[in-house]
Write a protein that binds this ligand. Sequence first.
Ligand code: NAP
Length: 245
Amino acid sequence: MELKGKRVVITGSSRGIGAGIAKYMAAQGARVAVTYSSNPDSAEKVLAELEGDGHMLLKLDVTSSESVEKGFDEVFKKFDGLDALVNNAGITRDQLLMRMKDEDFDAVMATNLRGAYLCCKAVMRPMLKARSGSIVNVSSVVGQMGNPGQSNYSASKAGLEGLTRSIALEVASRGIRVNAVAPGFIVTDMTDALNEQQKEAIQGRIPLGRLGSVDDIAQSVSFLVSDMSLYITGQVLQVNGGLYM
Ligand code: NAP
């Protein structure tokens, strides 16, 4: 996957899928802005492990418009433009609807959906000026199939897919592509929270017979950022081992 010289911001790349995307893209020649919200040490470690030069580290809280504005200003200064944005930052606050606290619904929306909206807005002007760019939003299989205990999370990801298609329509004529990748169950801190019994139950429902790896997602996101997907926009790429078709 040729990403030589592509300047990419990956939100929430201090660990998990975001860190995996950062490492994979750097290995393909990209210049990466590794961003963290609360884990600077972990983000420093990711940065130190990246192949190649010209990467940067950035504190970026996607729930804060000030932080997003300031963060992207720094990126544009250092990178002198931007080729791609990966909206990966995401949280869960699982609970059955009847017991869900309103603040947990709002927190998930603020990070997973409003956060992506703010970051898309922050990169739009420079991308429009350059008449090129690729945005990839990291959704979830749960956005389409639903999941008990995740009404907030599922709604945020379904919303993210709608956001993807609408922005794709708005900017396609300017050479900017907007797509989403919807991972199934991937081995990260997020799924480590599940107990063995839950993990086995999930694995039993996956036709390809395993949970996904961070690299499975990193490769799909890289494809959508790369020039190998120049005729693809407004799409949601399902990367879930066949869990949901
Ligand atoms: P994770 O291991 O829990 O990592 C979450 C990342 O998001 C961290 O880097 C965290 O930064 C960052 N983050 C959290 N709140 C933030 C905020 N307000 N502003 C900026 N960054 C913030 O999660 P993951 O499993 O890698 O998931 C990454 C994405 O994939 C999420 O969008 C998730 O919904 C999606 N996804 C995951 C799975 C899965 O099975 N793991 C499946 C489907 C979809 P700090 O550590 O610095 O706080």
